[in-house]
Design a protein around this ligand. Structure first.
Ligand code: UD1
Ligand code: MG
Length: 450
C-alpha cells in the first residue's frame, strides 16, 4: 500500500490564564517533562511527515522547547479553528491525514492516536474523526451529538448547548483527525457566531455533515484525555501519569515498596529486581541497573547506578554521579559529578563532588571533597582501595594514590602517594592528671565563695 502522509498540528497558543504563571502553560512539567513534550513524544511514535506546533506571540520558550519541530504563530487567540488556520501556511498543499492535538492534554497514548488515524482511513472515508470520552463529570466539555444511525452529527460547546444537549454524556476530548484534502475548506468556512464569538474547531462536524460528508467518533478512556487548565488539574495529571509509570516499573520487575510515594520521571529506567523504598524521588535522567537497592527517602537526578549497588536511606545523587557495581552510598551522602567505582563505599555523612573514587575505596563518615574555592571547581582523585579516615577534608585539586590511608580528621592539601599513610592534623598531646587537678581547683574556688 502506498504511504499515506500524516501531519500533526499541536495547539499551544492558549495563555493558560488559570495557571496563574509566568511560564506558558504547555511548559509546565509532568513527570519531569513539559506537557507539550509528552504530546510530541506520543506523536513521534506515528512517524509523521509534518509536525507543527501553534504558539502565541512571544512564546519563544515554547518554540525552543519543541525545536526542531517548526512553530506557527497565532497572533490573536480567536478560537481553536483559528489556531489550526495559523498552521495552514506550513501545510500548504498537504493532502494526507491531519491529526489536531492539544498541547495541554499530555496523557494521550500512541494507541489512541493510531486508532484515530485508522478510523479516518476506514472505508466510509470520514472527513473528520473526533476523539470522544465519557467522563464521570461531563462539566463544560463540548457534547457529541449522534444521529439515529450512530454517526456523528455535530458538536455543541457547553455554553451554546440546550438542556437536552447538556444531558448527553459523550464528550469532545478535543483531538481530531482530518482528511487533509477536505480540511482546509472545512476549517476555512468556520464562523464565530456563538456564545464566545470564537472560531470553534468543533463546528467543522456540522459543516461537513451539511455537505454530505461522513464524520466518526473514536472513544478514549477519560483518564487519557484530561486537559490541564489549572494547577489542580496539573496535579491530577501528574498523579495519573505517576500511576502509569509505577505500574510500568513494576511490570518490568522492580519492587516499589510503596508505589504511592515513589516519584518517577518519564525517562527513569529501573532494572530487574531493583527494590525502591518509600519516599524516593527520581528526577530526569536516572538509570538503575539490576539488583540495586534504593533505601527510603533518596533524591536522584541525572545519575547512573550499576547493578548490585546499595543506595540510601537519605542519599542525594546529583547530575553526573555514576555509581559502580556493588558500590554503597549510605545515609546523608551527597554525590555530584563523580564516578564511584565498583565496590567502593561511602556509607555516612559525606560530600563527594567532581571526583573519582577508585574500586573498593572506603570513604569514612564526614569526609568532604572541598571542590570549590568560590570561583572554580577542582577535582579529587581517590585511588583504588584507598581508605579515607572519618572527618577528612580533601582540598581539591588533590590525588590520593591507590591503597593509601588518610588518618581521620586530616585536611589533605597535597598529593598522597600510593600505599602511604598520611596524617594531616595536630599532634595529640596528653597531660597526665590535668583533668582531675582542674576539677579539684574549680571545686575549691566554689567552696570558698559559698
Ligand atoms: C475545547 C473544545 C471542547 C472540548 C475541550 C476538551 C473547542 C471550541 N472546544 O474546549 O469541545 O470538550 O476542548 O478539552 O475546540 N488554543 C489555541 N488558540 C486559541 C484557542 C485555543 O491555540 O485561540 C489551544 C489552547 O492552548 C489549548 C487548546 O487549543 O491547548 C484548547 O483550547 P481551550 O480554550 O482549552 O478549549 P476548551 O474551552 O477547553
Ligand atoms: Mg481546555
Amino acid at each position: 500500500m502506498a504511504h499515506r502522509p500524516l501531519a500533526c498540528v499541536i495547539l499551544a497558543a492558549g495563555k493558560g490564564t488559570r495557571m496563574k504563571s509566568d511560564l506558558p502553560k504547555v511548559l509546565h512539567r509532568v513527570a519531569g517533562r513539559p506537557m507539550v513534550g509528552h504530546v510530541l513524544a506520543a506523536v513521534k511514535t506515528l512517524d509523521p511527515d509534518h509536525v507543527v506546533v501553534v504558539v502565541g506571540p512571544g512564546m519563544d520558550s515554547v518554540a525552543a522547547a519543541v525545536a526542531p519541530y517548526p512553530t506557527a504563530v497565532q497572533h490573536e487567540q480567536r478560537g481553536t479553528a483559528d489556531a489550526v488556520r495559523a498552521a495552514f501556511g506550513l501545510l500548504e498543499g498537504f493532502t494526507g491525514d491531519v491529526i489536531v492535538l492539544y498541547g495541554d492534554t499530555p496523557l494521550v497514548t500512541p494507541d489512541t492516536l493510531r486508532a484515530l488515524v485508522q478510523a479516518r482511513r476506514q472505508a466510509a472515508d470520514p472527513a473528520v474523526v473526533v476523539l470522544g470520552m465519557r467522563p464521570d463529570d461531563a462539566g463544560a466539555y463540548g457534547r457529541l451529538i449522534l444521529n439515529a444511525r450512530g454517526g456523528l452529527e455535530k458538536i455543541v460547546e457547553y455554553l451554546d448547548a440546550s438542556e437536552e444537549e447538556r444531558a448527553v454524556t459523550l464528550c469532545n476530548a478535543g483531538l481530531m483527525a482530518f482528511d487533509g484534502a477536505r480540511m482546509f475548506d472545512l476549517i476555512g468556512s468556520v464562523g464565530n457566531d456563538n456564545a464566545k464569538s470564537e472560531y470553534y474547531l468543533t463546528d467543522v462536524v456540522q459543516i461537513a455533515r451539511r455537505a454530505g460528508m461522513a464524520c466518526a467518533v473514536v472513544e478514549a478512556a477519560p483518564a487519557e484525555v484530561v486537559g490541564v487548565n489549572s494547577r489542580a488539574e496539573l496535579a491530577e495529571v501528574e498523579k495519573l501519569l505517576q500511576g502509569r509509570l509505577r505500574k510500568a516499573a513494576m511490570d518490568n520487575g522492580a519492587t516499589l515498596i510503596d508505589p504511592d510515594s515513589t516519584f518517577l520521571s518519564v525517562d527513569t529506567r529501573l532494572g530487574r529486581d531493583v527494590v525502591v523504598g518509600p519516599g524516593c524521588f527520581f528526577g530526569a535522567g536516572v538509570t538503575v541497573g539490576d539488583r540495586v537497592e534504593i533505601k527510603p527517602y533518596c533524591h536522584l537526578e541525572g545519575v547512573r547506578i550499576d547493578s548490585g549497588a546499595v543506595i540510601g536511606p537519605y542519599a542525594r545523587l546529583r547530575p553526573g554521579a555514576e555509581i559502580g557495581p556493588d558500590a554503597h552510598i549510605g545515609n546523608f551522602v551527597e554525590v555530584k559529578n563523580a564516578v564511584i567505582e565498583a565496590g567502593a563505599k561511602a556509607n555516612h555523612l559525606t560530600y563527594i563532588g567532581d571526583a573519582r573514587v577508585g574500586a573498593k575505596a572506603n570513604i569514612g563518615a564526614g569526609t568532604i571533597t572541598c571542590n570549590y574555592d568560590g570561583f572554580s571547581k577542582s577535582r579529587t582523585e581517590i585511588g583504588a582501595g584507598a581508605f579515607i579516615g572519618s572527618n577528612s577534608a580533601l582540598v581539591a585539586p588533590v590525588v590520593i594514590g591507590d591503597g593509601a590511608i588518610v588518618g581521620a580528621g586530616s585536611v589533605v592539601t597535597m598529593a598522597v602517594e600510593a600505599d602511604a599513610l598520611v596524617v594531616a592534623r595536630g599532634n595529640q598531646k596528653a597531660y597526665a592528671g590535668w583533668a582531675k587537678r582542674f576539677r579539684e581547683r574549680k571545686q575549691n574556688e566554689k567552696a570558698k565563695k559559698a
